[in-house]
Design a binder for this molecule. Structure first.
Ligand code: SF4
Length: 474
């Protein structure tokens, strides 16, 4: 471990790492979105539908229900025991609403456009019974033109699936599954109330392989209470033994003032930032030694995986699902809290509260309540941030070709700050103005570099530690 830390200047790391900066799963971040009325929403969707060369589509469905609460969770979810009174009718009413919304979305954005990706997330999509999943999936098939070879993915909670359920998903056309693994250590699992023994995950992964899913992905989290570098090492080694195709290795952000469910976390047991640095570098070393490629801020993928391919062909993107393929698609969201990203145009987000969402759909109204139409400057900076997060570098020539700017003029102030970040070892300034994050320190502190290009932040204050993004915007 000592050798890993020695690769990073700890003093510099301390100066930058205490900040709670945005992860830029969107740009601009939702903090800067505003209320939209039906006219605004219709105008954005109209512009999307009537674009000169309409993009193919990606559809995200949000199923918010979970049987149990995981203390670390920051997702939009509804904890609903299946045995609870009215649970069945509540879920059925939600399903009716999402079916209606899918049909309406297809009419509005154009059912003739190819649908290239479908992603079910949550909450826990596998909370739903087989026939409920089938009804929604058949609605998508009827409403859209699903492209041959489309990615059809579902987030899986290993505690909620059996081999028979997995087989049913495969028969319905699902070809990718993503497991919420989080951590294999018992003490950590018990404290965060996410108990799923290694054997359960191993057996479920094995069932997925036998059934023939094309890709099995894991989500892991570091920075949870009771985690140590040794427990993380063990979790990663066990994960590698199951050979996932792709791993998202997320940093846990403890912000109980914003996320009520985190108030049950014992903050005295959280690892400090230097330990988390070591956890990150340990994971990077272990995954790379096992043949995985490090992608973006926090993802690892086998070279044969589509994510690695997407880096090659430039279709990788950073969005609400982390690092994904499908850059250039129009992402449309259905379900409570879901977000649509209409490429080059703007964001739209549905109401978060399930009752509000259902009410809007039942009244025939849009469920969208906020969003943002992009400015020309938003689009330039989106391009820069996407390249930085996905590739670890910014290539001015690409931005100049794409947006018709002179990079050195447009970003003169940001480039001056990059000189300082170069002195601190976060970036190197290369030929042709390429700005490259350094392999360890720069990749760990990628958000500090990104913050410089975020026009909505006070750059100097946020990147060197005088302000904290989340507390400033709480
Ligand atoms: S982590 Fe997943 S399963 Fe746990 S409460 Fe959140 S959405 Fe539900």
């Amino acid at each position: 471990m000592i050798e890993l830390k020695a690769e990073v200047d700890i003093e510099v790391f301390r100066r930058y790492a205490g900040l709670s900066l945005p992860r830029h799963v969107s740009y601009p971040m939702p903090t800067w979105w505003h209320k939209l009325d039906a006219t605004d929403v219709d105008a954005l969707i109209h512009d999307c539908r009537h674009a000169d060369s309409p993009n193919a589509l990606s559809l995200y469905l949000h199923i918010p229900f979970c049987e149990h609460l995981c203390k670390f969770c920051a997702c939009t979810k509804v904890i609903l025991r299946k045995s609870a009174p009215h649970a069945g009718s509540h879920v059925a009413t939600y399903n009716d609403a999402i079916v209606t919304e899918i049909e309406r979305l297809a009419e509005k954005v154009g059912a003739d456009r190819p649908l290239r990706q479908i992603h079910w997330g949550g909450g826990t999509p596998t909370y739903l019974a087989d026939e409920q999943i089938e009804r929604i999936q058949r609605t998508i098939e009827r409403s859209f033109r699903i492209e041959q070879g489309a990615e059809v993915a579902m987030e899986i909670d290993p505690r909620t699936v059996s081999p028979a359920k997995l087989k049913h998903l495969k028969d319905l056309g699902f070809n990718r599954v993503s497991f919420g693994v989080q951590d294999f250590n018992e003490q950590v699992q018990t404290h965060v109330r996410r108990v799923q023994p290694f054997d359960m995950v191993r057996d479920t992964v094995q069932a997925c392989r036998e059934i023939g899913f094309a890709s099995v992905n894991f989500d892991l989290i570091y920075g949870l209470p009771y985690q140590t570098v040794e427990t993380i090492r063990d979790t990663i080694e066990r994960s590698i033994s199951l050979s996932p195709d792709r791993v998202a290795y997320y940093h846990y952000a403890q912000i109980p003032e914003k996320i009520a469910t985190q108030r049950g976390i014992d903050h005295t047991k959280l690892p400090n930032s230097e330990t988390k640095l070591e956890m990150f570098l340990t994971a990077k070393t272990l995954f790379e030694e096992a043949g995985y490629e490090f992608i973006g801020l926090d993802h690892f993928a086998k070279p044969s995986e589509m994510l690695g391919q997407a880096v090659e062909d430039g279709t990788i993107q950073r969005n609400f699902q982390g690092m994904t393929t499908g850059g250039g698609l129009d992402l449309i969201g259905a379900g409570a809290s879901s977000i649509s990203h209409l490429s080059g145009l703007g964001f739209l987000q549905n109401r978060r509260e399930v009752e509000d969402y259902i009410g809007c759909i039942q009244r025939g109204e849009t469920a969208v309540h906020r969003g943002k139409r992009f400015t020309a400057d938003d689009l330039v900076r989106q391009g820069v941030l996407n390249q930085l997060y996905c590739l670890g570098e910014i290539r001015p020539i690409d931005m100049e070709t794409r947006f018709g700017i002179v990079f050195s003029d447009y970003f003169a102030r940001e480039i001056a700050i990059m000189d300082e970040l170069q002195d601190d070892g976060l970036v190197t300034l290369e030929d042709h103005g390429v700005i490259r994050a350094t392999p360890n320190l720069g990749r760990v502190l990628l958000r500090n570099i990104a913050a410089v290009f975020d026009a909505y932040l006070n750059v100097e204050a946020y990147c060197v530690g005088e302000k904290d993004y989340f507390s400033a915007n709480a």
